[in-house]
Ligand binder design. Sequence first.
Ligand SMILES: NC(=O)c1ccc[n+]([C@@H]2O[C@H](COP(=O)([O-])OP(=O)(O)OC[C@H]3O[C@@H](n4cnc5c(N)ncnc54)[C@H](OP(=O)(O)O)[C@@H]3O)[C@@H](O)[C@H]2O)c1
Length: 256
Amino acid sequence: MTAADGVRSLAGRAVVVTGGGTGIGRAAAHAFADEGARVLVVGRGAARLAETAHGRPGIHPCVADVGAADGPARIVEAALSALGGLDVLVNNAVTMRSAPLGAIARENTHEQVATNLLAPLFLTQEALPPLEAAKGTVLNVTTAGNQRGWPGHSVYGATKAALDFLTRTWALELAPRGIRVAAVAPGPVETPIGEHAGLDAEGVARLRERQRRRVPLGRVGQPEEIAWWLVNLARPEASYATGLVLPVDGGAGVVF
Ligand SMILES: NC(=O)c1ccc[n+]([C@@H]2O[C@H](COP(=O)([O-])OP(=O)(O)OC[C@H]3O[C@@H](n4cnc5c(N)ncnc54)[C@H](OP(=O)(O)O)[C@@H]3O)[C@@H](O)[C@H]2O)c1
């Protein structure tokens, strides 16, 4: 394959991005679509998805709750009907709720586990037949932060650490079927995740400043800087990469 072929190596591929209405999911949907891929963006908010799809006819919105019992089947059905197949599944949707041990509520713990852990599990399981037919790729978005403690975020971090483990295990289970599995583990990235977690503007600013000081590159990342890795891990040229959890964190993970 020449470099010129490689530039458009995702053209025509069918990609599902969960949580595609905002943040990293939106940037990933745009990046895949700009490579000529057809993309199904999944989220609960129709308006957010429509904004992601605006001006890009290759992006198809799919309103669904990834954590609902019928979510995975509905999403795979929508992908097959809108895209005609499934080459790349990006498990990106997230719910983050902050509480220290002693104040953790059962209801939002279930919600975090359902969205961040069970949804990737059952969606990937549901997607196996088309992924196997396509010799496809599963990309999980986890977090670089789950290698350390993060007060107030034990449940969120635990779901992401578990997703790292699923990534490595599925890579072994699915290699004989021709499916690659990898994770991208972002450091702090400028998205509405803080607002979605219930922080006010001041809380978000404080969090971002604290994160900025801890990152060797001296800044919070942009969603496009994560999307680039998702796109490139999905390329056929990345065919020897499976089972990896790739930190993209401005160097935060190697600070002594
Ligand atoms: N931003 C960071 O600093 C950072 C750092 C490390 C890792 N990450 C990871 O990056 C990924 C993307 O996060 P982000 O920062 O882009 O956050 P975000 O902007 O809050 O995006 C999360 C998306 O998930 C969707 N979502 C939530 N629950 C859902 C459900 N039940 N069903 C379907 N969609 C659902 C939300 O849309 P609706 O509410 O409309 O459904 C939203 O668009 C996450 O996996 C996160 O853990 C982010």
